[in-house]
Design a protein around this ligand. Sequence first.
Ligand SMILES: C[S@@+](CC[C@H](N)C(=O)[O-])C[C@H]1O[C@@H](n2cnc3c(N)ncnc32)[C@H](O)[C@@H]1O
Length: 285
Amino acid sequence: MTIREAIKIYSAVEIDLLLGHVLSKPREFLLLNPDYRVSTTQIKKLAELAKRKQNGEPIAYLLGYKYFYGLKFLVNKSVLIPRPESEWLVERGLKYIKTRPGKSLKVLDMGTGSGSLIIGLAAATTRSSGIMGSHTTSSSINWFASDVSAAALKVAKENSRLHKTLVKFLQRNLFANLPGKFDLILANLPYVPASDYKKLLAGLKHEPKLALTDGTNSSVLIEKFLRQVGPHLTARGLILMEIDPSSAAIMRKAAKESKLPFKLSFYKDLRGLTRYAAIKKLLPV
Ligand SMILES: C[S@@+](CC[C@H](N)C(=O)[O-])C[C@H]1O[C@@H](n2cnc3c(N)ncnc32)[C@H](O)[C@@H]1O
C-alpha cells in the first residue's frame, strides 16, 4: 500500500497525524511523498490506532504525547491530557516569581499528573531568567510536585527528565505527610462535579476518573485542600487553582465559615466561565 492509498482508506481519523506517527515522519513528508511504500506491519499498526481513535480515544493517548506551554509532554492513560486553559496557571505563576527577584522560593504543584504545570513553569522560569536578572534563576527555586497516583508520578518524572528540570516528586494525598511551607502552590485538582462527569463526552471517559472528579457534587476535595493549605503557605505566598465554576461559591463559603485568613479572587476563562482562583494570605494589619 502507498501513503496515497492509506490516506484514502483512513481519511476520517486524523490519519496524517497517525500515519506520521507510525512512520516516524513529519506531516510534510506525507504530502511530499505520496508514493512512499508503507509496510504491512505499519499498516497493521495504523489500523489499530484508527480503531482506537474511532472508539473515541483521544489522539494524545494514541500518539503518546501532547504539547503544553510550548513543550512536548509524554502522556498515557494514567494522566490527564494537559489542557491549553491550564496555561493560565503557568503564566500567573511566572508573573508571581518575577515579583520576588532574588528570593529563594519553594513552589509546589499539587495533583501534578503529567507534571505539565510545574515542568512548564520551571522551564519558563529558566528561559526568562535572563530578562529577570541573573539572581532570579531557577537554581534559587526549589520545585516540588505531588500526586496521589504513583502511576501519574512515573509519567511526570519521565517528563521532568525529558525537559531537564529539577523537580522533587512526592506521592501524597493532599497535604498528608507533606511538611513545610511553600511560596507558590499550583493546584489543578479534580473538579468536575459527579453529575457532570456522568454526562461527559465519550473521549473524556478514557482519561483517569481520579483526575477529573472527586466523585462529589460539592468540590469536597477542594474544600479539604483549602482547610489544609493554610499552614503550608508563606506570608507572601500565592495559591493558583483551576476550578469548576460551581466551586467558587463553595470556596467562598468554606473560607468564610472556617475564618480562613485568605483573600480569594476568581478569574474567568476565554468562554467567560469562572475557571481560576488566586488565593493570598491576609497579612496582619
Ligand atoms: C485535573 S488533574 C491535573 C493534572 C495536571 N496538574 C494538569 O493540570 O494537567 C488532577 C490530578 O490530581 C490528582 N489527585 C486526585 N486526588 C488527589 C489527592 N487526594 N491528592 C493529591 N492528588 C490528587 C490526580 O491523580 C490527577 O493527577
